[in-house]
Design a protein around this ligand. Structure first.
Ligand SMILES: Nc1ncnc2c1ncn2[C@@H]1O[C@H](COP(=O)(O)OP(=O)(O)OP(=O)(O)O)[C@@H](O)[C@H]1O
Length: 302
């Protein structure tokens, strides 16, 4: 693998002539060691390229993301981890300069097909960001907002008058999501308080509970603990591992220790948006195939 990368860096093939993009992609694929896992992929990424204007941020990435497990995306700053993560629920569509080529299959459909309903897609593939971003509303409303918006909960005066008040269902949903996100015990006596009054770690767990309220299958997390202290981080890490029993979690992290602690498989991206190695987390950290990955993990660069 490392030889391939060196060759690619020089942009010359063995006969000394310039390498075309097609040849480069072919070589990435030819050298690629497929990550073999038991079970089903939740998402299958094939030949993904992402450009911001003329700059390529992701280069011909293919990978299957196993369901109900934690997949960590690691690599040095600017290597494309967040860009890749945002492709998985089409958040890059919101960035004007971004252009995405390739396929990402979710339940047999390419999420980049024209007829994909983005609201529905992002409901099934939710996202948690680096900075906790609760709505400036009550704790209860943070959880109930999504289901109300999607028409799954009907509450309030009109609903009561029409005899289809879902207040009881809402109470159950709020409790279930807050319990799943391991924050119920800390907030159950103040559900009507403003969420902005919670600590950073509590706000982040509330955001995870909010994401769960619309019953996603996949949860994308972009450095969800990087703004938190070690105790809050540890709670988020425990929570992520618990969630992976039911959900597929994909997490971008700058912390190799965190990836090693909580993930089942790790994908290592290196500069230029190449996915250089993707394997079982123990294998990546103990015996990587690629010299460049070993150098990165042992701190020789990055
Ligand atoms: N909205 C944008 N517009 C233009 N270029 C962008 C945009 N977002 C990212 N990039 C560029 O794409 C490349 C990959 O960025 P990205 O944020 O995905 O990397 P990263 O690995 O997540 O970095 P970090 O670890 O620092 O968050 C970088 O060169 C970055 O400058």
């Amino acid at each position: 693998m490392s030889e391939t990368i060196k060759e690619m860096d020089s942009e010359q093939n063995s006969s000394g002539s310039q390498t075309t993009k097609g040849e480069t992609e072919e070589r990435i694929r030819a050298d690629w060691v497929e990550y073999d896992f038991d079970g089903q992929p939740a998402l299958s990424v094939e030949d993904l390229d992402v450009y911001y204007g003329d700059e390529q941020a992701i280069q011909s990435v293919s990978m299957d993301i196993p369901e109900k497990s934690v997949t960590a995306l690691i690599g040095p700053s600017g290597c494309g981890k967040s860009t890749f993560l945002r492709c998985l629920n089409r958040m890059n569509d919101r960035i004007k300069a971004a252009r995405v080529d390739g396929n990402i299959e979710f339940h047999g459909q390419n999420i980049y097909d024209d007829d994909v309903n983005l609201v529905e897609l992002r409901k099934r593939i939710g996202m948690v960001f680096q900075q906790p971003n609760p709505f400036p509303k009550s704790i209860r409303d943070n959880i109930a907002y999504g289901p109300r918006k999607h028409g799954e909960l009907d509450t309030g005066l009109l609903a009561r008058l029409l005899g289809r008040d879902d207040s009881e269902e809402e109470e159950e949903l709020v409790e279930r999501c807050l319990k799943q996100a391991a924050i119920w015990d800390e907030v159950n006596d103040r559900l009507d308080d403003n969420a902005l009054g919670l600590s950073g770690g509590q706000q982040q767990r509330l955001c995870i509970a909010r994401c769960l309220s619309v019953e996603p299958e996949v949860i994308l997390m972009d450095e969800p603990a990087s703004a938190l202290d070690p105790i809050a981080t540890s709670k988020i890490e425990d929570l992520i591992q618990d969630l992976a029993e039911e959900y597929t979690v994909v997490i971008v992290t700058h912390s190799m220790q965190q990836a090693a602690r909580i993930s089942d498989q790790t994908a290592v991206f290196l500069t230029g948006g190449e996915l250089v190695e993707y394997d079982n987390t123990d294998k990546i950290f103990e015996n990587p195939e690629s010299q460049r990955v070993e150098d990165y993990i042992t701190g020789k660069f990055g």
